[in-house]
Design a protein around this ligand. Structure first.
Ligand code: TXA
Ligand code: MG
Length: 347
């Protein structure tokens, strides 16, 4: 790929309209711009411009059968390119803008290069003012995967994007750190009015159940071995979120994990955990801050990147419960560990 100069638009509160207007023009004309959302940074291209999706796949080094999410500035814009059932409207009213992506039947205006060859399209309305302003400025829906090189942790600040994609894309909008830190919840709608969670995120299965009734969680969310050759969502089958360090997904108590890390014979060992465990730990602490699901989700990807920056060879993370937003962390963690779970007594 030819190196190009990647322009950085830093949002400061002054002249931001002009910067976002310029970024929108780049997208409208077929270029690529990375932008902040409330979940992670996205790598955006026009969902309508021929060849833009191919450029996104090339910049990321992503397999082109893994479909892109199409971002809108208002949930009603989905009608332009997707068949919209009532269930979508109900979910949109309750959860959009926000970290929810809904898979719908696509219309012809969306090329199959955007949807990885599928007849469905994933729609999301991000809860970030700069993201929605960019979509409006571009004047078209924006196809955007996470703005990382394929396989590496999703970016939660502009520096992560620059580290992965500088020289490969036209511009990056720096809007600071992402609030949530893990990608959106992806669901498909089922015939009975319920839905299936294909990828867990900030809109939890419990929240969805209160809104739509029957909520299933795809087996591959907690067990990558279950995804099979024809997964419900192509993203399920790829190894993901892997830093260079070996990630140990530890099934045990905090105390058991700290003991295991302290006595691990390997040299450069780190532990992603909360501040409350700092005192007992004799290895590198990668702290999420307070002990909460929001804090773990917010910091997880960023700390995987930090582990590599600090040259750590092994990183321990305790497997969280499979409930609430912790389900998103559970899913990202087992994928970062390559599907391997280390039980307390084996370690
Ligand atoms: O929070 C997010 O969703 C971020 C920000 C940038 O919006 N985007 C993101 O995109 O995480 P990406 O491409 O990294 O992940 C999209 C996921 C993949 O697992 C993909 O397989 C799934 O959504 N997906 C997209 N279109 C689909 C479709 N038509 N059917 C099933 N799954 C689909
Ligand atoms: Mg991604």
């Amino acid at each position: 790929m030819n190196e190009k100069k990647t322009v950085l638009f830093t949002l400061t509160g002054e002249g931001d309209d002009v910067k976002i207007g310029e970024a929108g023009r780049i997208i409208r004309e077929g270029g690529l711009v990375a932008f902040p959302t409330e979940t992670v940074y996205g790598l955006g291209g026009s969902a309508y411009f021929p060849g833009a999706a191919a450029k996104i796949y090339a910049a990321k080094g992503r397999p082109s059968d893994n479909p892109l999410i199409v971002h809108v500035s208002d949930p009603r814009e989905a009608e332009d390119f997707a068949v919209v059932p009532d269930a979508y409207r109900r979910l949109a009213e309750r959860f959009m803008p926000g970290p929810l992506t809904v898979v719908l039947e696509k219309k012809d205006v969306i090329d199959r290069s955007v949807t990885g060859g599928l007849d469905t399209v994933a729609v999301r309305c991000p809860d970030h003012p700069a993201a929605r302003a960019l979509i409006k400025a571009a004047g078209c829906p924006i196809a955007a995967p996470s703005a990382n090189r394929s396989g590496s942790p999703s970016p939660t600040c502009a520096a992560h994007v620059m580290a992965d994609l500088s020289g490969r894309i036209d511009a990056v909008i720096d809007g600071g750190e992402c609030r949530i830190g893990v990608e959106s919840t992806v669901i498909s709608l089922d015939g009975d009015g319920g839905c299936t969670v294909l990828r867990p995120g900030g809109v939890t299965a419990e929240m969805l159940a209160r809104a739509v009734g029957a909520v299933r969680v795809a087996g591959a969310v907690t067990d990558p071995a279950l995804c099979g050759d024809k997964p419900l969502s192509p993203g399920m089958k790829y190894k993901h979120y892997s830093p260079k360090a070996t990630v140990v997904a530890f099934d045990g108590t905090d105390g058991e994990m700290i003991d295991a890390a302290n006595s691990d014979p390997r040299e450069s060992v780190g532990v992603i955990t909360s501040d409350k465990n700092a005192g007992a730990l004799r290895r590198a602490l990668l702290s999420v801050g307070e002990d909460s699901e929001d804090a773990f989700c917010h910091a997880f990807f960023s700390l995987l990147r930090r582990a590599d920056e600090e040259g750590l060879g092994v990183v321990y993370v305790r497997l969280p419960p499979k409930t609430g937003k912790y389900l998103a962390l559970y899913n990202r963690l087992i994928r970062a560990s390559g599907g391997k779970i280390t039980k307390a007594k084996e370690s």
